[in-house]
Design a protein around this ligand. Structure first.
Ligand code: NI
Length: 163
């Protein structure tokens, strides 16, 4: 078990577009195992590689029965709309309401490089989009109106200063 240190806002790697995963080998499998360990340790439902300081298009998630590894993820289709609370391990889990599509179709490669598509709804769809965003250098706060974004950052900084 290897729990990695979680990269937090405003570290630069979180705002960078990730590089594609090109090698599907034991090293990648070990990295994914560490990412699951780190995610479970932090009691998160998803974790993307930039959140452990790696500029890579890769995430893991385990959310409402959807457990998977996604390399080079893309959201290929969305439907509907949902408004719900979201937080991010890189922003101290400070919650904020984010409007996103209700359903999302994820296209990605598994740890062996096999392409797959998976559809999810509700919270799991939200995780697909949140984690894919991480691979594009986008944080959930970037999807908030400026005032609410500033409030989340302010609360995050305040909570950090208490630790
Ligand atoms: Ni996040």
């Amino acid at each position: 078990m290897a729990v990695k240190k979680i990269t937090e806002y405003p570290q630069k790697v979180l705002a960078e577009v990730g590089k594609p995963v090109t090698e599907f080998n034991d090293e990648l499998a070990a990295l994914c195992a560490d990412m699951f360990d780190t995610m479970y340790d932090a009691e998160g439902v998803g974790l993307a590689a930039p959140q452990i300081g790696l500029n890579l298009r890769l995430f893991v998630m385990d959310c409402e029965g959807v457990k998977l590894i996604a390399a080079n993820p893309e959201i290929v289709h969305t439907e509907g709309e949902q408004s719900g609370t979201e937080g991010c391990l890189s922003v101290g889990k400070v919650p904020a309401v984010v409007v996103r599509p209700m359903k999302a179709m994820l296209k990605a490669q598994d740890e062996n490089g096999e392409w797959f598509e998976r559809e999810a709804e509700g919270y799991a769809a939200r995780a697909f989009m949140h984690e894919t965003d991480h691979c594009d250098g986008t944080l959930f706060i970037d999807r908030l109106p400026k005032m609410r974004r500033d409030m989340v950052i302010k609360r995050f900084k305040k909570e950090k200063s208490w630790k």
